[in-house]
Ligand binder design. Sequence first.
Ligand SMILES: NC(=O)c1ccc[n+]([C@@H]2O[C@H](COP(=O)([O-])OP(=O)(O)OC[C@H]3O[C@@H](n4cnc5c(N)ncnc54)[C@H](O)[C@@H]3O)[C@@H](O)[C@H]2O)c1
Ligand SMILES: O=P(O)(O)OC[C@H](O)CO
Length: 317
Amino acid sequence: MRIVVMGAGAWGSALALHMHRRGADVQLWARNPAARLTSGAMPRLPDYPLPESICVSDTVPAHADLILVVIPVQHLASVLPLLPAGVPAILCCKGVERDTHRFPLQILADARPDIPGGLLSGPNFAHEIAAGLPAAAVLAAADKGRAHEWAGHIASPSFRLYASDDPLGVQLGGAAKNVIAIAAGTAMGAGLGENARAALITRGLAETGRLADALGGQPATLAGLAGLGDLLLTCTGEASRNYQMGLALGRGMTPENATKLLKGVAEGVPTSDALLALARQHGVSVPIIETVSDLLARSITLSEAQNRLLNRPLKTE
Ligand SMILES: NC(=O)c1ccc[n+]([C@@H]2O[C@H](COP(=O)([O-])OP(=O)(O)OC[C@H]3O[C@@H](n4cnc5c(N)ncnc54)[C@H](O)[C@@H]3O)[C@@H](O)[C@H]2O)c1
Ligand SMILES: O=P(O)(O)OC[C@H](O)CO
């Protein structure tokens, strides 16, 4: 099987390694192939050298069986013209485009209606997949048959994939967990304790469920790997860039300085604004997402954020 992985960041490199181990002929597309380290690793995943047989190149071949697109959501549209016609594309990013409020599969459908698309999401740190540690994820597509087919091309004995025909729910779960992880990291960085984090995770899931309902996703999807599963990983795993972003904010760093320190992208930053806009458009209350967006914009302080979330009118759960 010939696989092209587009994007040589941490996740693209890990997926290239995974597909190679699975026996595929893998080409990794990178903006700057010369950045490959002498060990064979890419800089964002330096501890995992890629074998020589994975070609790293800045050209996309005209023929492949499957393309994995692993570009941050804010830059996804810019690479889509490069995709060869007709080859199925599995998008592996998690977020919402800030200016247009589009989820990844919508960005693909608008730019390349000729390309069938699916989306891979779940609790998966790149370095653990690169190490071959056990993990599970969801492959979503509007057509469940295709979701099963593509899941079969990517799954392995250590990477168990489930098919889903709720791409909206899966994309929303992956996008929202990044924002909630910033909130959880902020609480932990500010020393607010484990109770506060558990409350943010649970109430974060509740507001994501309301949003799924309004946008046409299936709330049950959010109880699965792409929802609760990824929320738990990202809100508790210190390797998460979104959680690290929150930790830095909670310790008093400005969003600008926290971004500079991060090794990699924190999708929750632009996604917080996009999800807030979508929620407002649909009349859905998303207090945690709103608070993260305001904190990042520096329109509220940390103690105002805390007061705002704790002192809203009491409600039933
Ligand atoms: N790292 C993980 O553990 C992980 C796991 C699952 C999903 N994801 C998702 O995968 C996506 C990519 O994350 P990552 O961890 O690989 O990010 P990263 O920060 O490690 O790397 C981002 C990559 O995108 C490339 N890139 C950035 N702007 C580009 C542009 N305009 N054109 C072309 N390439 C561009 C960079 O060169 C880099 O190779 C994100 O949406 C993230 O949420 C990451
Ligand atoms: O490092 P993060 O916060 O982008 O999280 C990585 C993955 O999405 C975890 O599933």
